[in-house]
Design a protein around this ligand. Sequence first.
Ligand code: GDP
Ligand code: MN
Length: 378
Amino acid sequence: MKIHEYQAKEIFAKYGVPIPAGRVATTPSEVETVAREVGKAVVVKAQVHVGGRGKAGGIKVGKTPEEARQVSEKIIGMDIKGLKVEQVLVEEAADIKEEYYIGITTDRAARRNIVMVSAAGGIDIEEVAVSDPEKIAKLHIDPAIGLQDFQIRQLAFDAKLPPAAVKGIGPFMKALSRVYSDYDCSLAEINPLVLTGDGTLIAADAKINIDDNALFRHKELAQYQAAQEDDPIEAEAHKRGLTYVRLDGDIGIIGNGAGLVMTTLDVVQREGGRPANFLDIGGGAKAEVVRLAVDTVLLDPNVKGIFFNIFGGITRGDEVAKGLLEAMSDLETQVPIVVRLTGTRAEEGLALLEGSALTPASTMQEGARKIVDLVKAA
Ligand code: GDP
Ligand code: MN
């Protein structure tokens, strides 16, 4: 899960990291109010889940509250890489002398977390990694002992940071490392870490990605998740506890098991169809889950047909069939539905479906062909 810059800064602030004074706003007049509260030149920053906001015109300085309001009128509502800007962070503009990069991510090959420090901060660190890899100092963290002071000094020297920065960077690195492990991050970075005109360091940007598999340990972040989902159907599906990803085709896909569903997407594609979604109802799904799944897929107005592909192991074919029949009577949907049931209690399931409007299929390929034909004919 990605969280916004202002949310990441709230977290870093709890760990003692200095961040510019300010807060988030959603309208130009609110921006002006915040700028007045700050009482100095401010920077207005688009809050969207992509990098490179600066280059895209999503970050602008306002020297006066009026100017802040004016620049925010351009930023609020603008489109950055397909995402609409609904919120901006308004905060005291930093007096930037130099910009550095500090970050931690997981190095899967090394099976360790890796810390990175660079004097070439501010811009895209991925570009630096390609063009000047030697400009990024790196070090793996031993999980048993954590990030040590001598390692922080080593990284700062290797990155050729100036003495003022070497002196001040310790608390930032420690906070970064603690945030990374406390929040089960897959990425935590401060870019730029700014050296100001008076020689102090401040976090001008902050980014945190949290491992979705650990979200159950961070209930307090649920509010961030609700606010960050851009697709309303995905948001609704997750509220219903379904693993759903929206795609841009017109054939709804429902199956049990991520691998089976992904294969189904491929097979439908190969038969000339375009999947509208990925939906995995998981193992052992009961009738109610099946009904919810159909209902969710149909929230997408592009859906012209549904292909149900169930391989019964712990999922029982008769349960799936019951759910489908309930869904059909509840939802009064007209779209064609093709069902392939195999495995545990598949015969019982298919018997239940007999006489209904559902189209049975005995293999995945046959089912894919049938739904593609039905949708084309519709
Ligand atoms: P990103 O492009 O999405 O990573 O957004 P950042 O927050 O990193 O900002 C990009 C660039 O905008 C920074 O590297 C700075 O050069 C500039 N910038 C950000 N905040 C300020 C600020 O407070 N004052 C000034 N002058 N420039 C800023
Ligand atoms: Mn940045």
